[in-house]
Design a protein around this ligand. Structure first.
Ligand SMILES: Cc1cc2nc3c(=O)[nH]c(=O)nc-3n(C[C@H](O)[C@H](O)[C@H](O)COP(=O)(O)OP(=O)(O)OC[C@H]3O[C@@H](n4cnc5c(N)ncnc54)[C@H](O)[C@@H]3O)c2cc1C
Length: 387
């Protein structure tokens, strides 16, 4: 096989072919088609990381401004995706409902509705009566109100990933499956390349887009990154009888419980922030915590008592201590770019992340967000380890 110079020494190596890595490649090549990019993926096929297992929610209601900004920056990409990539991704703006069950959360709803509107995101505050008139299947006795965002949406994560993969290959990127990056190598304070079992590849820019494995990869360069893997369980159930098709995504702010309807409307996905999970890569299903999920469901939607639990699957999420991502150049290691720790929002924020990293690599700066909020050095734990 003839190996060109660009394959031996690409301008940029991206490690990880999940939604973040592919979005970064796409945005770089959109801005500058001449850049040579090699993506290394340890698995033998696409979609085996977090992205393939994700539930595809895209939302805009967050209590801090940074994730709202990332959602805003990402929306156009999803809206235009099917035209640009000529591929269906089941994108549908079915709206999102955040529910408050006690006064402090209701106050929070009022505040975030104001903040979202100020940011240009439509967010309707629904008082109890209006909420229950619009969504009569919710529990009348528990809910005080909520917010509704008509821009919240669903898209099929695997379809997006596959279309991006085809798109970046058409633009000339090389994706090497079954090629794990075993070490990021440096020369003084600058990255030099990546070691793999199949040999070393040199490049002046290495992007860490390894999802839940971000801290493991960073550690090979002597960098401690506070990104931890957490298991998330998803319960696939029959649809509660009184919930109509194309129902909005619903999240109970008190428990983190969510109900997410599949596009077919034949099943719903239930899940939430699993209180009993701990950092690790274990993906086994823990049925002992299911009762909590179903109790949380019934408290919000009483008719959920009659749904049938069909199956449970798990996936691993990459989480930072403040639930905000890490985007930027690693402290003291020039050319090592981090795009990690999206804390359960990596699918919806991948377009923004890709565009911001493209700015950082091609222009050395970005005006899209305040980089201090996502900079790796905001955590005390980001340390350069003695080697
Ligand atoms: C159950 C579940 C539901 C979710 N639902 C949503 C949702 O509704 N909306 C949303 O926005 N987000 C959701 N998320 C989060 C979202 O899926 C992730 O934030 C996002 O997929 C992260 O993308 P990524 O590209 O960083 O990681 P990944 O998709 O995991 O990609 C990283 C890739 O790097 C590869 N890799 C790792 N180490 C190496 C190495 N050393 N060398 C080479 N390759 C390597 C991996 O094999 C993997 O393919 C969910 C996550 C889970 C688990």
């Amino acid at each position: 096989m003839h190996i060109s110079n660009k394959q031996r020494k690409p301008d940029i190596i991206i490690i990880g072919a999940g939604i973040i890595g592919l979005s970064i490649a796409y945005h770089i090549l959109e801005a500058d088609p001449k850049v040579s990019i090699t993506i290394l993926e340890k698995e033998k096929m696409l979609g085996l990381g977090s992205t393939g297992i994700g539930t595809g929610s895209i939302r805009h209601r967050f209590s801090s401004s940074l994730p709202r900004r990332l959602s805003l920056l990402s929306r156009g990409f999803f809206l235009n995706f099917e035209d640009v990539f000529e591929t269906p991704i089941e994108y549908s703006e079915k709206g999102g409902l955040m529910l408050a069950t006690h006064p402090a959360l209701w106050d929070q709803c009022k505040l975030t509705a104001e903040q979202a509107e100020a940011d240009g995101i439509p967010m309707k505050l629904l008082e109890q009566e209006e909420l229950l008139t619009k969504f009569p299947y919710l529990d009348r006795d528990r809910l005080l109100g909520g917010t509704f965002c008509p821009w919240d949406a669903y898209a099929d994560p695997y379809a997006v990933l596959a279309a991006l993969y085809a798109g970046i290959r058409r633009k000339g990127a090389t994706v090497e499956f079954g090629r794990e990056a075993t070490k990021v190598i440096s020369d003084g304070d600058r990255v030099k390349g990546v070691q793999t079992r199949q040999g070393t590849i040199l490049s002046p820019f290495i992007v860490n887009a390894t999802g839940p494995y971000a801290s493991q990869l960073a550690a090979t360069a002597g960098i401690e990154l506070p990104v931890q893997p957490f298991r998330r369980q998803v319960y696939v159930c029959t649809n509660p009888i009184d919930i109509p098709p194309a129902n909005p995504l619903m999240i109970d702010l008190a428990t983190g419980f969510y109900l997410h309807q599949e596009v077919s409307a034949k099943t719903v996905l239930l899940g939430g922030t699993d209180q009993y999970t701990w950092p690790g890569f274990g993906e086994e299903v823990d049925k002992s915590v299911a009762e909590d999920f179903f109790l949380a469901a019934i408290e919000i939607i009483p008719s959920a008592i009659d749904i049938k639990w069909l199956r449970t699957y798990t996936g691993i999420c990459e989480q930072t201590p403040d639930f905000l991502p890490i985007i930027g150049e690693a402290p003291d290691l020039n050319g090592f770019i981090l795009a990690n720790g999206f804390s359960g929002h990596g699918f919806m924020h991948a377009p923004a992340a890709g565009s911001i990293v493209a700015d950082l690599i091609l222009k050395g700066r970005t005006e899209q967000i305040d980089l201090k909020l996502v900079h790796p050095d905001r955590f005390d734990k980001v340390l350069i380890l003695e080697s």
